[in-house]
Design a protein. Structure first.
Length: 283
């Protein structure tokens, strides 16, 4: 599933392409992705609206639009789920088989494609209200982070996936941050020491910042077609130093730890794979 860095890179790509564009028509091919917004309300609200801004909150894309009657702006919320893709394509290009929503922008179509339909493109913003602080903002403090961890007996890796604790951190970057902080993924959140918590806070911010920087500088492929690699939208063929090669533990089972040489291990926590070094991350 795309996490904060992937969504941030996509937002930076789409923002200049969408801002100022007006939605002429709205095509809904899979009404499930609009839930709980009805198809009728979705089409009526979006028709004639203009894209004003595009931002990110956690793993969500927030499209701010201005209706054609120029009344108050509204927000369209996008979530990529596990397999979602959002991109612009020429009106002459055939629509992908799994195109869920198509917005007619004139010469281009904005396409939301999702093979599993776990994502969302909706006017319902309730999910954003439940999110914790942005990890790269001043709102995410060591003090607040420490206070919330002390309330939980869950394994620290599982707790990091709680979007009310910190928004946007998912399976990949939780494993990476714990490795860089030298903390066992099995350790109970309330047993993480104060120095460990501060180190983990720094590691989360460092890992996410580096992932965004890497994705922002690589010639990634945002067009339609098969996705590949860590970045769900794929990359241009031949791109050097692809970010997945920079990951230290995630999906590296059996590979030697870059610090001590021990084999990276995999366990399952809360039905998700966790990757760690048994020597560098002792409980």
């Amino acid at each position: 599933m795309p996490e904060l860095p992937e969504v941030e890179v996509l937002v930076r790509h789409l923002r200049p392409l969408l801002c100022g564009k007006t939605i002429r028509e709205t095509g809904v091919r899979r009404k499930k992705v609009l839930s709980p917004t009805s198809v009728a309300r979705f089409k009526k609200t979006l028709r004639g609206a203009k894209f004003i801004e595009l931002t990110r909150r956690g793993k969500y894309l927030l499209f701010r639009l201005r209706p054609k009657n120029r009344r108050a702006d509204f927000v369209l919320l996008g979530h990529l789920g596990m397999t979602g893709r959002m991109f612009l394509a020429s009106k002459t290009d055939p629509l992908p088989k799994h195109a869920a929503v198509v917005l007619d922008l004139g010469a281009k179509n904005f396409i939301y494609e999702d093979t599993r339909y776990f994502g969302r493109l909706t006017l319902d913003l309730s999910s954003v209200a439940k999110l914790g602080p942005e990890p790269l903002s001043d709102e995410f403090s060591v003090t607040g982070f420490t206070r919330e961890l002390k309330k939980s007996r869950q394994p620290i890796k599982v707790k990091l996936l709680d979007q009310s604790l910190v928004a946007g951190v998912g399976n990949i970057y939780a494993s990476e941050a714990l490795f860089h902080a030298g903390i066992s993924p099995r350790c109970a959140a309330n047993k993480v020491t104060a120095p460990q918590t501060e180190q983990l806070w720094h590691s989360i911010r460092k890992i996410l910042t580096e992932a965004i920087a890497c994705g922002s500088t690589l010639p990634l492929n945002f067009s339609a077609g098969q996705s590949g690699g860590l970045f769900y939208f794929g990359r241009t063929a031949g791109t050097p130093d692809y970010y997945s090669e920079r990951l230290c533990v995630y999906d590296q089972v059996g590979q030697p730890c870059i610090r001590c040489g021990s084999g990276i291990r995999r366990i399952v926590q809360a039905a998700r794979s966790t990757f760690y070094c048994p020597r560098c991350q002792k409980k």
